[in-house]
Design a protein around this ligand. Structure first.
Ligand code: KIV
Ligand code: ZN
Length: 433
């Protein structure tokens, strides 16, 4: 076995995040058109980008990273299309990514000429591995890269005073950066930008690679928030990836730990295992009684647009919105759902076993909830007979019909619809006159 090291615990602060709850929606920022797009085997064409853009706006996302215009001509052209064709609603900011290099920063500002407001997002890698193994530089040299980048961003922004600029900095590979050093670098960047509580900058903390458990990331975020010199002049953002399968958990815990803003993508497309899935996190919050401030009432439109734009399928068991999520085949689950649905009052809090939210809130209906196959028991078939034929059968008959239904399903293989169950009932228990 190769030797791997666990992440070092974060110490030297009072941890409070486990006692907190998320009580309001974060600022959502989509990176579908940048991180998502850069991870595709075949990047999106102009029409696909335009279609995804319209969906992101329609869902109510107000900050949208549209690309890396200094590094990619299609991203440059797309940025120009948005501006020149007046595609950006007044309450939406476009965001563009750039490395901390002057010629790239110059080109980035050129791509943004004429925009009403925008977020310029500059980054450099700060982790020990990147410092030592990739750049061969010490802490001060890496900090200087960030500071120089911040200066150029400020200087170029001053050349275009008609635009309302927001500056964003990411210490890339934050999760593998010593957290006190990440604070030092970000303090230095803020010294350049001089943000105020009225005009905050964004400090974006990425799990560029998710190397530790979500609680460790939450500790890093809380430590960072507590030690930053001017916390009140920064919007703390997180940008989580899913290498260990914890992107959503990391982002949710980071919000408890003090983050204000979350970057992610619809359905979790993005580098390697993907970015944090905005849809999942938003519905997680919704299921806790928090209004996510996004319109998720039509998940099928999200699925269709994303799959057609990215070419990536969505798993039928994708959290909250997968095709099979509100389907129960198991007999005991069906029985519990049937009983609790019967008792659910429309004006009381949702209390249905095995259904953490009401599927109709997501434009789904109960029709798909209970389905019958050879694993189903009497609960499922009883529910279907009641729902589709208004037939309520007594318990003795449920016990006798269930093995007949099960045998039919085993013979036929797969699912039985309510018509077949009804026919079996008639065939076996209703005598011809
Ligand atoms: O994952 C990452 O670190 C990024 C940065 C550029 C924010 O995508
Ligand atoms: Zn990323």
């Amino acid at each position: 076995h190769r030797k791997y090291q666990p992440v070092e615990p974060v110490t030297g602060f009072t941890r409070t995040w486990p006692d907190r709850q998320v009580t309001e929606a974060p600022i959502w920022a989509s990176v579908d058109l940048r991180d998502g797009n850069q991870a595709l085997l075949e990047p999106m064409n102009v029409a696909q980008k335009q279609r995804l853009w319209h969906l992101l706006v329609k869902l109510g996302i107000k900050e949208i990273e549209v690309g890396f215009p200094s590094a990619s001509q299609p991203d440059y052209d797309f940025t120009r299309w948005l501006i020149e064709e007046n595609q950006i609603p007044d309450d939406v900011s476009i965001q563009v990514l750039v490395q901390a290099r002057e010629e790239l920063i110059a080109k980035t500002f050129e791509s943004l000429k004429g925009v009403k407001k925008a977020v310029v997002h500059v980054y450099n890698s700060t982790s020990r591995i990147q410092r030592e193994r990739v750049f061969g530089m010490g802490r001060d040299e890496i900090k200087d890269i960030a500071v120089r980048g911040a200066r150029w961003v400020k200087e170029y922004a001053e050349k275009y005073p008609e635009t309302d600029w927001t500056f964003q900095y990411s210490p890339e590979s934050f999760t593998s950066t010593e957290v006190d050093y990440a604070v030092e670098v970000c303090d230095a960047v803020m010294d350049v930008w001089q943000p105020t509580p009225e005009k905050r900058c964004i400090l974006n903390l990425p799990t560029t690679v998710e190397v530790g458990p979500p609680n460790h990331f939450a500790d890093q975020v809380e430590y960072f928030c507590q030690h930053l010199n001017r916390r009140d002049s920064a919007i703390i953002s997180v940008h989580t990836h899913n290498d260990r399968g914890g992107a959503v958990a990391s982002a949710e815990l980071a919000l408890m730990a003090g983050a204000d803003r979350v970057e992610g993508t619809l359905l979790g497309n993005g580098e390697r295992t993907g970015n944090m899935d905005i849809v999942t996190l938003a519905i997680n919050l919704y299921s806790q009684g928090v209004d996510p401030q996004l319109d998720l009432s039509n998940p099928d439109e999200i699925i269709q647009t994303c799959t057609e734009c990215t070419g990536l399928p969505i798993h039928p068991r994708h959290p909250w919105i997968g095709e099979l999520v509100y389907t129960a085949f198991s007999g005991s689950h069906q029985d519990a759902i049937r009983k609790s649905l019967k008792q659910q009052q429309s004006d009381e809090p949702w209390q249905v076993a095995y259904l953490p939210i009401d599927p109709t809130d997501l434009g789904r209906d109960y029709l798909a909830v209970i389905r019958v196959n050879s694993q189903s028991g009497k609960g499922g078939m009883t529910f279907l007979l009641e729902r589709d034929f208004g037939i309520s059968i007594p318990r003795w008959l449920q016990l006798e019909l269930a093995p007949i239904v099960q045998q039919k399903s085993e013979q036929q293989g797969g699912e039985l619809d309510s018509q077949i169950i009804h026919d079996l009932l008639i065939q076996h228990f209703v005598q011809d006159k």
